[in-house]
Structures are given as C-alpha cells and as structure tokens.
Design a protein around this ligand. Structure first.
Ligand code: ZN
Ligand code: ZN
Length: 227
C-alpha cells in the first residue's frame, strides 16, 4: 500500500482512518514537545539550555535534535520498521524527524550522513534503517546525503550498563571516513542521522571520527531517544 498524505489512511498509532500518517490527536497525546539539553537531548527543566554532564564534559556533537521519546507507541513502530522493513514507517519516522529539525533551525548548508551498520549486520538485515530515514529527510530538506562516506568498521557490543569511559573507548575505533570521500566532510557541517539514541556513545564515536576528518561541526538528528 502506498502512503500518501491527504488521502484517507489508518493512523499508524490508533488505526483511525483520516488524512495523515499519524492523526492530530495521537501527535498531541504522544509527541508533545519536550525541553531538552541542546547538546545531548536529555530532558531538562525549562529554561536550562545545557545539562550538567555536557557542561562538565562537552560532547563532540554540537547539537542533538530528537523527534520522539523512545517509548510506546513509537518503540513498537520503530521495531516494526527496523526488523520488518516497512517503508510506510520509514516515511512516517522521516516526517516526524523533519518536523523536529525544521522547528530547530538547523545549519542551512550541511551534508546528511546516516549512522552506518557494520557489513555483517547489514547483510543480516539487508538494509540500514538510519539510511532509510536519512535519505527521505534529505529529500525533504533539499540537502545532500550519502551512505558511503562514514563507515562502520565493527559493531560495538551492547553498551548499556558500561561506564561512560568504557563506552567511548569501545566506539572510538568503530568508525572511519572513507579516504576517497574525505572532501565530502572536510570543512563542512555534518548532520548524523540515527533511528534510536540510548547512551549517546555511538553518536559520539561517529562525531569524533567526523571532526578528526575535518568536519566543521557535527549535529545529531535522531528519531527517538531513550531517556
Ligand atoms: Zn491516531
Ligand atoms: Zn546534555
């Protein structure tokens, strides 16, 4: 089935037939804007721009923009998208991320790169869910995107529960910029796109690699964050 905005279709959350991928009632209920740290996107009390952790130890990511909380109903939809390759859900998640990005006024000129999967995982899953969102978002924003510049050399083991320094050490070696495509990032603003952010260590590893390759700045644009 094609997902067309403006034509009757079931809301992805409540299944009520109406005109949008997610109906206005479900957005009002489940996608209320949350005040977050500018750097890491942890929820914060209103009027505090940056959290204590980011003040103490500024991350490599200049700005993190998050569209949704990683909890019901979005966690189920993201799992459906990730493991069952449902393109309608990719369009829905790109649409939510697009709304969050344009609300935050991103840098006018940047290149969009998805967080890559290591080859073994890419073979197993047959597609990179971050790229499915990134390319749709790039089309909406009229920005360049490519899935070949930032490479994943190895998958990092599960990071939850590990101390921060250990997590960062694990991801530091995981990414590389393709030497033949360094000019794609050198001196440019880069937006790294991912579907889910948990500890932030993966994004931090990608950002460090991009800055080392000469990127002017790195933002993270993420569909959902676990808080
Ligand atoms: Zn609904
Ligand atoms: Zn923070």
């Amino acid at each position: 089935m094609r997902w067309l905005t403006g034509w009757p279709q079931p809301c992805a959350v409540c299944r009520r037939w109406q005109a949008d991928r997610v109906c206005a009632d479900c957005l009002a209920c489940f996608a209320r804007p949350v005040h977050r740290c500018l750097r890491c996107a942890m929820p914060l009390a209103a009027e505090t721009p940056i959290c204590g952790a980011c003040l103490r130890q500024p991350p490599s990511v200049e700005r993190t923009i998050v569209a949704l909380h990683y909890r019901a109903p979005w966690d189920g939809l993201i799992a459906g998208f990730k493991f069952h390759r449902r393109p309608g859900l990719a369009a829905l998640l790109a649409e939510r991320l697009h709304a969050a990005v344009i609300a935050e006024r991103p840098p006018g000129d940047c290149i969009i790169l998805p967080v890559p999967l290591a080859e073994a995982r890419l073979c197993e899953r047959s597609y990179n869910q971050a790229w499915e969102v990134a390319r749709r978002l790039a089309r909406r924003l009229h920005l360049p995107a490519d899935a070949q510049t930032l490479l994943r050399l190895q998958n990092t083991p599960h990071q939850v529960g590990l101390p921060r320094q250990q997590r960062l050490a694990n991801v530091a070696q995981a990414f590389a910029v393709d030497p033949l495509r360094r000019t794609r990032v050198a001196g440019r603003h880069v937006a790294v796109v991912d579907d889910v952010m948990t500890t932030g260590a993966t994004i931090e590893g990608a950002a460090r690699t991009l800055l080392q390759a000469g990127a002017a700045s790195v933002q993270a644009w993420v569909v959902a964050r676990a808080d």
